[in-house]
Design a protein around this ligand. Structure first.
Ligand SMILES: Cc1cc2nc3c(=O)[nH]c(=O)nc-3n(C[C@H](O)[C@H](O)[C@H](O)COP(=O)(O)O)c2cc1C
Ligand SMILES: CCCCC(=O)C(=O)O
Length: 392
């Protein structure tokens, strides 16, 4: 059990018969295994968690329309993205505080995606510095990008701070370490109302500060106090299209992706602003509760952005059929947040690998059984909203 939190004898007895075969099987494991404050922090959304629940439940409203007799002997799940060909359109969303689940934290994510040729977005709010995360990917045996300027499998998720010097220092560090794109989270001028954090503010500890505790840290050394709430009180709440996005564009040559786009209007503004990608996300329902599920807004965003700019997507993806539906409704690349943390809690590096393998295999099987052989061919024609079947 080295590398894990200390389990109780009752837990070990239960674990002996635990044989998960899909992402949702891991939920009861994490529930039993993690410290309650950690588990609730991972599981919950903001307030009553309506958006968080809808993110998952909404997939049930979409039916896949299978086609037959189409020779599906040769399935290709690869996708090309920012100049690199990935093994599949499934990547790891940025999540902070990963040492809640495993002592090596974000390092394990970096190794896994380098090994499996998938993508990982390293958060600003990590338990391992962005330098150590990058070194971990480069250190994977036979990794083809160990010495190249950019690591195609790693993107950096940027929180924009009120203090521009802090933000700029992070951008420069991420560039220097070879991250491939700057994913700017734009749905968090303040942290959402997360009841777990408010009830037990101290229990997560300082598990978001690693990037501000290294020798390369921000030049202003802003108050290193508190956990998530302490870090987020430094986020910029004046963030806006006119000055900030232009400013970010002027300080980095890396592709810029905006994470947290939830309307066609903002997708249009993003295209006008000249960014390189948009990322449909409601932060796993952790920001404003009662906003739509991400899958619900995907069609309106695809209408203005599909083919013009890459569309990334996350929220509630737990199965290969969920990935298939998101691709059909317009996503180009789909990410998972909580499922990666579940895999890590369960079985470290092998656990995340298993989660990605399950999803990759389930996606492949969905393609076989729906009658399509390449990711780009997964179009709207393969799905219908349940209500359409009742228009008699
Ligand atoms: C524990 C946790 C920490 C997160 N930390 C961040 C973060 O640091 N930055 C960010 O942009 N999003 C963060 N998110 C949101 C995820 O990137 C992602 O949008 C969301 O988890 C996707 O939904 P899913 O968990 O249903 O897959 C976090 C989510 C969780 C569950
Ligand atoms: C202050 C960092 C917050 C991490 C985050 O974005 C989340 O927990 O959803």
């Amino acid at each position: 059990m080295s590398g894990k939190l200390q389990p109780t004898p009752e837990f070990l007895e239960w674990e002996a018969n635990f044989m998960p075969v899909c992402v949702n099987d891991l939920i009861p494991y994490c529930e039993r295994r993690l410290k309650p404050a950690f588990w609730e922090h991972i599981r919950d959304g903001a307030m009553d968690g309506e958006t968080n629940r809808n993110n998952v439940d909404v997939y049930k409203k979409i039916r896949i329309r299978p086609r037959v007799l189409r020779d599906v002997s040769n399935i290709d799940t690869t996708v090309k993205f920012f100049g690199h060909t990935f093994a599949s359109p499934i990547g790891l969303s940025p999540t902070g505080s990963v040492q809640m689940c495993h002592p090596e934290g974000e390092k394990v994510f970096a190794r896994t995606v380098a090994k499996m040729n998938q993508a990982y977005m390293c958060s600003t709010a990590t338990t391992v510095s962005l330098e150590d995360v990058a070194a971990e990917a480069r250190g994977v045996p036979d990794y083809p990008f160990a010495k190249t300027a950019h690591i195609p499998n790693l993107f950096f998720q940027l929180y924009v701070f009120g203090d521009k010097k802090v933000t700029e220092a992070l951008v420069k560090r991420a560039e220097r370490e070879g991250y491939t794109a700057m994913v700017v989270t734009v749905d968090t001028p303040r942290l959402g109302r997360r009841l777990t954090l408010i009830r037990r503010p101290g229990e997560l500890g300082k598990r978001v500060w690693a990037n501000f505790e290294t020798k390369d840290s921000d030049p202003t050394k802003f108050a290193n106090k508190g956990g998530n709430l302490g870090l987020s009180s430094n986020f910029s709440d004046t963030l806006n299209w006119d000055s900030d996005i232009k400013w970010l564009r002027s300080i980095t040559k890396l592709p810029i992706v905006l994470k947290g786009i939830m309307s066609g209007e903002d997708a249009e503004l993003a295209i006008k602003a000249g960014v390189d990608g948009i990322y449909v996300s409601n932060h796993g329902g952790r920001q404003l509760d009662t906003i739509p599920a991400t899958l619900e807004v995907l069609p309106e965003i695809a209408r203005v952005a599909k083919g013009k700019i890459p569309i990334m997507f996350d929220g509630g993806v737990r199965k290969g059929t969920d990935v298939f539906k998101a691709l059909a409704l317009g996503a180009d690349y789909v990410f998972i947040g909580r499922p990666a943390l579940y895999g890590l809690t369960w079985n470290g590096e092998e656990g995340i690998e298993q989660v990605l393998n399950w999803l990759n295999e389930e996606l492949r099987l969905a393609m076989v059984l729906a009658g399509t052989t390449s990711i780009k061919d997964i179009s709207k024609a393969f799905v219908r909203h349940e209500s359409e079947y009742w228009k008699l």
